[in-house]
Design a protein around this ligand. Structure first.
Ligand SMILES: Cc1cc2nc3c(=O)[nH]c(=O)nc-3n(C[C@H](O)[C@H](O)[C@H](O)COP(=O)(O)O)c2cc1C
Length: 327
């Protein structure tokens, strides 16, 4: 039996349709990667995307920084700018600029576990300060001409405030909430606890996106079914299988969607590399990103593990492709 397609998720006048959302990933989802994912999966398979986090500290971020991060609109898909800071009025002022830069929505990061961020009381640190977190959401919502969404983990060291956090975010006016189903102390280890997603969904009326280890069409489907979430956010799954969104969509419609051929992998990596260079990325940084992409494709099972070590030792892409047998 063909499973029924989950309903599109409205966000103000926007729609996340289908409700699959490319996660923000610092050092990965820059505009080159994001644009490739959106264009190659197509507007009917990815419903939304977001920039990697933009750290807001002493002053609002300049418009040019936000414009550069966002880049031009390549597909008619809502794209948000994610902000992370600890001073509500400065984050709120940056949200106004994000709208000017062309963002469709602003996402507030309350999940980043990095120690430097945590020490500055930003990212996941605010999970332990629910009233500060609420004030941040409220100030941003009050100022922002575009919808405001939030992304949380289930807590810092425990999940006892989870429902309270979700409800405060809703009451402060956020229109959509994503929950990465881990605590801060879990970082990225161990299996996520999808029950956190189910609990958040049951606690609020705004749409809830679940996140954490949705790596395959089957696990995306399982997350929908077991948590009752409205949508699924996909992070590392999109690195491991950059066409995961289309693969899921095809599966939903009972269609066959082949795996990656070596030729397709080579084309994907070559185009990714070329687009980075065209966009002004330094060659050594572009090479680093290609290696990161190769490593993820190995994790996804599309490239053999035993070639990885040799491939990662190469000092240019031609040698790297040759070591992987992709030329
Ligand atoms: C390399 C990397 C960078 C990340 N950067 C961000 C970020 O900028 N903002 C954010 O909210 N989450 C960030 N995350 C967390 C992801 O958005 C996501 O919550 C997490 O990877 C779990 O989802 P997944 O299992 O689908 O990857 C990052 C994760 C990774 C692996």
């Amino acid at each position: 039996m063909t499973p029924t397609l989950p309903a599109p998720v409205p966000l103000g006048e926007l729609s996340f349709d289908p409700p699959l959302y490319l996660a923000p990933m610092e050092g990965v989802t820059d505009r080159t990667f994001r644009h490739m994912i959106l264009q190659k999966n197509g507007g009917s398979a990815v419903g939304a995307a977001c920039t990697e986090f933009q750290r807001v500290s002493q002053v609002p971020l300049p418009l040019e920084v936000l414009e550069k991060e966002l880049g031009p609109k390549v597909e008619p898909i809502p794209v948000g700018i994610q902000l992370m800071g600890n001073q509500p009025e400065i984050v709120a002022a940056t949200a106004i600029r994000a709208a000017e830069a062309g963002a469709d929505f602003v996402d507030l990061n309350f999940g980043c576990p990095a120690p430097r961020v945590f020490q500055h009381c930003a990212g996941s640190a605010l999970l332990a300060a629910p009233s500060q977190l609420e004030a941040m959401v409220r100030a941003t919502v009050d100022a922002s001409p575009i919808p405001v969404t939030a992304k949380i983990r289930a807590g810092v060291e425990h999940d006892q405030n989870l429902e309270e956090l979700a409800q405060r975010i809703e009451q402060a006016g956020a229109q959509l909430l994503t929950i990465h189903a881990r605590l801060r102390i879990d970082r990225y280890q161990d299996d996520p606890n999808w029950d956190y997603i189910r609990r958040v969904k049951a606690a609020v009326k705004i749409p809830v996106f679940g996140n954490g280890n949705a790596f395959h069409p089957d696990s995306i489907q399982r997350m929908f079914q077991t948590t009752n979430c409205d949508g699924v956010m996909i992070g590392r799954g999109a690195m491991r299988d950059p066409l995961l969104f289309r693969r899921w969509s095809a599966q939903q419609q009972g269609q066959k969607f082949e795996g990656w051929t070596r030729q397709e992998l080579a084309e994907w990596l070559t185009e990714y590399h070329q687009r980075m260079l065209d966009g002004g990325t330094l060659p050594r940084h572009a090479l680093g990103r290609v290696k990161q992409a190769v490593k993820a494709l190995v994790e996804g099972g599309w490239l053999a593990k035993d070639q990885l070590r040799i491939a990662l030792q190469q000092s240019n892409v031609e040698q790297l492709f040759s070591a992987l047998g992709l030329v």
